[in-house]
Design a protein around this ligand. Structure first.
Ligand code: ADP
Ligand code: MG
Length: 355
């Protein structure tokens, strides 16, 4: 689509300067990218089919200025993050990244900003051998939309609907730091000594791609934590028609939160969001293999609860309505939180909540 062009340096100069890259000097990665038959420059990019018995996984995520990031966000970190959140979705399905497209609206051509943004973007793209193959560029309020494509074996997708009663619930890494840092930036709570060492947890999340791939055939269901641990886990429970019990004080947190008050720790870790860790369910028999994966990837993997069966409740009118999507939150003393407290931690971020 044609867009308004600045007089000297237009849309195509911009694409050629910041987004088109000639063949990588690294031959190993060139081979890995052999599935890209045609990249930026034509009406469509062309991709080879995935390996035999593999299927495609496709995901999109959009980031809007002042909604998902502050205007003064370091553009290099923003370039990293807008691709990272898409790779995180591929990871949560167990897919290996293949390529991505970038649609971007810019208020103006700011060379320093574009150079830093594309540097952060390409650095992460190189790490996961997931090249930029096309997109769209237009003027407008700063908005960044990425679509990423991956592939995975036909029967190994870590679908939200695959959890089974009896599964362990696992979490990768540590959660809550991004929310804690955001709360400090917004003045919701006071700065915590040393919190400046954790700002990368909000601005530069690490997509757990290798973990997602390693969990194929071992885990049943998975989701990446973007809107808050318990709210996101509830998507698995609803899709799988089951319930869960969670040991909330065993949810792994960094030293930033382990040294904070219990309230702040629970709030940030249970309903925080922007963590991009993987929450997944797996049969207990697979626990030793999952622990071995954690050691091999040097990534903390923690059991935080169990999937339980839907409750059959006898209603006065209808015969029996199975109830699912419920969570029993258990504290460190083995006590269950009451309904009111549970609801506070369950409510995750919703963009349309106030409207
Ligand atoms: P069309 O007019 O066919 O939609 P465009 O003129 O918009 O194509 O884009 C020209 C080429 O540049 C296409 O291959 C398109 O995929 C690519 N492209 C446009 N914007 C971007 C971007 N932000 N990142 C990567 N490639 C882009
Ligand atoms: Mg065209």
């Amino acid at each position: 689509m044609a867009s308004p062009k600045s007089q000297l340096f237009g849309e195509f100069d911009l694409i050629n300067t910041y987004f088109l890259r000639n063949s990588s000097p690294n031959t190993a990665s060139k081979q890995e990218r052999a599935h890209v038959l045609l990249g930026i420059g034509d009406d469509c990019a062309l991709l080879d089919s995935p390996p035999n018995d593999h299927i495609l996984a496709v995901t999109s995520d959009m980031l809007v200025e002042n909604r998902h990031f502050f205007s003064d966000t370091d553009p290099k970190l923003l370039g990293h993050k807008c691709l990272a959140v898409n790779l995180s979705d591929l990871a949560a399905m167990g897919a290996k990244p293949m390529a991505f497209t970038l649609s971007i609206a810019l208020t103006q051509i700011n060379h320093a900003w574009l150079a830093a943004f594309s540097e952060g973007l390409h650095a992460l793209s190189d790490r996961f051998n997931c090249p930029l193959i096309g997109g769209d560029t237009t003027s407008g309020p700063l908005t960044i939309s990425i679509t990423a494509i991956g592939h995975l074996p036909k029967n190994n997708a870590l679908k939200r609907s695959n959890a089974l009663a009896g599964d362990d619930i696992w979490l990768s890494g540590e959660v809550g730091d991004a929310r804690c840092i955001l709360g400090i930036a917004r003045g919701e709570w006071l700065p915590i000594p040393g919190s400046e060492n954790f700002t990368h947890r909000m601005h530069a999340p690490e997509p757990r791609v290798d973990l997602g791939i390693a969990l194929r055939g071992l885990a049943h269901a998975a989701i990446d934590i973007s809107d808050g641990l318990l709210g996101d886990l509830q998507h698995i429970l609803k899709a799988s028609h089951c319930n869960a019990s969670i040991q909330i004080d065993q949810v792994p947190v960094s030293t930033l939160l382990s040294n904070s008050s219990r309230e702040l720790r629970r709030l940030c870790s249970l309903k925080g969001g922007d963590d991009y860790e993987l929450c997944f369910t797996a049969p207990n028999a697979n626990a030793p293999q999952i622990e071995a994966i954690g050691r091999a990837l040097n990534l903390r993997l923690t059991k935080i609860g169990q999937i339980t069966e839907a409750i059959n409740k006898i209603e006065s009118q209808s015969p029996s309505t199975p109830q699912f999507g419920r969570m029993r939150l258990i504290d460190q003393d083995g006590n269950s939180l009451d309904d009111k407290q549970t609801q506070i931690y369950l409510k995750s971020f919703d963009h349309f909540e106030s409207s």
